[in-house]
Design a protein around this ligand. Structure first.
Ligand SMILES: *Cc1c(COP(=O)(O)O)cnc(C)c1O
Length: 239
């Protein structure tokens, strides 16, 4: 085992233990929570090691980086999640490798993703990114739609060819009423999810929680946590 492999294995085990403990504390079964490892800024070799260690879901936030990395790892049994802010002109590229786009936050993006999914004959799962720091009908600083925009986007995605409405995603806000209150933020996301599932019962993914706040996400009911730093190490630069 290489040093890097040993390091990633130890980090993964520690994250796994955190998730397991958070599930026990919340009275949830471990299988209710899926770990997505966020591999942004780290090389394809690390993705390959992670795959060998049993990781099945990985996430990236920039198309320029994700495209080549996904190609280099095309032989691995991985699901790729796109979690970054996405311009419509990148939709074609992203649809080429992403199984799940977690950052759908505006109608134009739904149109672009649908067109490219149809063209590529791919089915793409979409999560609506909710901005808990945005006004009802605005978009957030770091992407995401305000609460008032969820329903419209949900209907658009649900009726878009090539796309499947899979659920909701959020990033704990740094500003606004939920700043520093991760669990309250994630509980709010769960309320939106419950409401949305009344109309779209299959859209049951709730993606919340990162390295610093995965416990709060599990406690609130998240089905997916997105963990980068705690598995791969501190990123050399913001990404
Ligand atoms: C980078 C990133 C993560 C992972 O963050 P860590 O703090 O490194 O665990 C999760 N979600 C999104 C959207 C990200 O961009």
């Amino acid at each position: 085992m290489s040093d890097r492999e040993a390091e990633l294995a130890a980090n993964l085990a520690a994250v796994e233990e955190r998730i397991a403990r958070a599930c026990r504390a919340a009275g949830r079964r471990r299988e209710e929570v899926t770990l997505i490892v966020v591999t942004k800024t780290y090389p394809a070799e690390d993705v390959r090691i992670l795959s060998g260690l049993g990781v099945r879901e990985v996430a990236e936030n920039r198309d320029q980086e994700a495209g080549p990395k996904a190609s280099a790892c095309a032989d691995l049994p991985l699901s790729w999640h796109f979690v970054g802010q996405l311009q419509t002109n990148k939709a074609r590229s992203v649809v080429g490798y992403a199984d799940v786009v977690q950052s759908v936050d505006r109608p134009k993006l739904v149109t672009a993703l649908s067109r490219e999914a149809v063209r590529a004959e791919r089915a793409v799962d979409c999560l609506i990114q909710v901005a808990l720091d945005a006004d009802e009908d605005k978009r957030g600083e770091r992407g995401g739609v305000g609460a008032g925009g969820i329903e419209e986007l949900a209907s658009l995605i649900a009726s878009a060819e090539g796309l499947r409405l899979a659920g909701l995603m959020t990033v704990a806000p740094l500003t606004g009423p939920y700043a520093g209150r991760q669990q309250a933020a994630f509980e709010r996301l769960m309320e939106f999810s419950t409401h949305m599932r009344a109309a779209h019962p299959a859209a049951n993914m709730v993606s919340a929680g990162m390295s610093a706040d995965l416990e709060q996400a599990v406690a609130a009911g998240a089905t997916h946590v997105r963990v980068g730093t705690a598995v791969l190490g501190v990123r050399p630069r913001l990404g």
